[in-house]
Structure formats: structure tokens, C-alpha cells
Write a protein that binds this ligand. Structure first.
Ligand code: PXP
Length: 251
């Protein structure tokens, strides 16, 4: 069955909205706790927990990532850029998976896939360093054949196809079908190159069905829609509902 990776960055976004200047070891109550959210996601059936340690520390802090590493019982997927500073931390954390993403300080969220072709040497070195400690590396790319080819050349065993354009096409059936076709072709090409295929970004309880009809994925990485739903029904239920839908739609 297609696995569900739950991205909990936005629980940290909520915390930082109030406690950005408060150190993690302060005596005052700092909430919400991304670790508690991760544990609730696991109770709801999450197969892995994703956290993005950004260079600007907009949401996740270094201490969150170490706390997740020590306390979760599923897999830890660290999202990161190839910046030296972050790579050093990742090598200490030893996550099960890393997803390499582009980073731009002005973006609201990760906006496009990584351009593997233009940043090939840096990415290849980053993949090599992480692979040496046993971390399975994925590269977040647009569903594009040449990016897939370069991701494989860089030595990544896994890619995450960027589904943002698909999500943004909601309501426009022509654009939606075009995006599904791109995702389907990209997934097929990745499989030919023996890559593990994940997908993520903008996936929600409504657009999941179409996405699962386009390709068979190893894992979906979902954050915003689950955290949003959790505000209404709680984290455990928001995750278990998503898991049930994945199964229902044959993922
Ligand atoms: N995958 C990657 C690589 C991402 O950068 C993000 C957003 O942080 C996600 C998945 C999750 O996207 P969303 O929050 O829209 O579900």
C-alpha cells in the first residue's frame, strides 16, 4: 500500500507565530509541540514523519529535529537544502530519509522542484555524504524526464515528484488532466530507471483520488491539508482519515 508521510512543519509554524524569540529550554509553556503532533500522527497511522529544517529556521528548530529522531517510532524524513550548515546537522541526526529541496528565503512554502541539472555537482556530493551514513536520499523535482535522469545520475535512489502544479490546477479539468499525464509519465520513467517514486505538495482529501489514479507511489508526503483538518478533528483522526482514503482509492 502507498505509505503516508506526514509533514508536521506547520505545527512549528504555529508555535513560532507566538514563541519565535523563546528558547526551547525556557520554563514557560511553548505550544504546540511538534514532537507531540508527530506522536499523534503515528497513532493515526503515519508511516513516516517529515520535518524541513530550513536555513532561516522559519518553523522547525534544530532541537525539534533531534527530539523527533530520539522519540518517534516510525521513519524520520528530513527535508533540507544542500547548504553545508544543514548537511552537518543532518549527518549528526542520521535521518532514515532525506528529501533534498530548493530553498528561497522569500517563498511561503517550497515552490518548485530542485533543478538537479543546474546544481548537479553540489547535489551529487550531498547525496554521497548522506548515503555514506545509510540515509536514503530523495530529490524533490518537477515531473520532468530530464530532472529524473539527473536525479538518478546524482545517485539518488528515490525522487519525490512535485504535485503542486496538479493541486493548483483544481477546477480546470484540461490543466488537471495535463498535470496528471505529466505525473504519470514521470513516474513510469522513474521506474524504468529503478527509482523509488514518492510524491508531495498540495495533496489534500479531495485531489488525492485523481493523483492515485495517475501512478503507483511508494509514499505520499502530506502536510498542510492534514494539519488544517487536525484543527477540526484532531491530529490522530486527520491522519487516519487520510490513510483510509489512500486505501479506499487503491493507493
Ligand atoms: N513535499 C515537499 C518536498 C515539501 O516541501 C512540502 C511542503 O513543505 C510537502 C511535501 C508537503 O506539502 P503540503 O504541506 O502542501 O502538503
Amino acid at each position: 500500500m502507498t505509505k503516508l508521510g506526514v509533514n508536521i512543519d506547520h505545527s512549528a509554524t504555529l508555535r513560532e507565530a507566538r514563541y519565535r524569540e523563546t528558547p526551547a529550554d525556557s520554563k514557560i509553556v511553548i505550544e504546540p509541540s511538534p514532537l507531540q503532533i508527530a506522536l499523534a500522527a503515528e497513532r493515526g497511522g503515519a508511516d513516516s514523519i517529515t520535518a524541513h529544517l530550513r536555513e532561516d529556521r522559519r518553523h522547525m528548530r534544530d532541537s525539534d529535529v533531534f527530539a523527533l529522531r530520539e522519540n518517534i517510532s516510525t521513519k524520520l524524513n528530513l527535508e533540507m537544502s544542500c547548504a553545508e550548515e544543514i548537511l552537518k546537522i543532518a549527518l549528526k541526526v542520521r535521518p532514515d530519509y532525506v528529501c533534498l529541496v530548493p530553498e528561497n528565503r522569500r517563498e511561503v512554502t517550497t515552490e518548485g522542484g530542485l533543478d538537479v541539472k543546474s546544481n548537479f555537482d553540489t547535489i551529487k556530493r550531498c547525496v554521497e555524504s548522506l548515503s555514506e551514513i545509510g540515509t536514503k536520499v530523495s530529490i524533490f523535482i518537477d515531473p520532468d524526464a530530464s530532472q529524473i535522469e539527473f536525479a538518478a545520475k546524482a545517485g539518488a535512489p528515490m525522487v519525490e515528484l512535485h504535485t503542486g502544479a496538479y493541486a493548483n490546477a483544481w477546477g480546470n479539468s484540461e490543466a488537471l488532466n495535463m498535470e496528471l499525464e505529466r505525473i504519470s509519465e514521470a513516474a513510469k520513467f522513474g521506474e524504468i530507471l529503478s527509482l523509488t517514486i514518492n510524491s508531495g505538495h498540495g495533496i489534500n482529501y479531495k485531489n488525492l483520488e485523481g493523483l492515485l489514479s495517475a501512478a503507483k507511489f511508494n509514499e505520499l508526503n502530506i502536510g498542510h491539508s492534514i494539519i488544517s483538518r487536525a484543527l477540526i478533528v484532531g491530529m490522530e483522526k486527520a491522519v487516519s482519515e487520510m490513510k483510509s482514503l489512500i486505501s479506499h482509492y487503491g493507493g
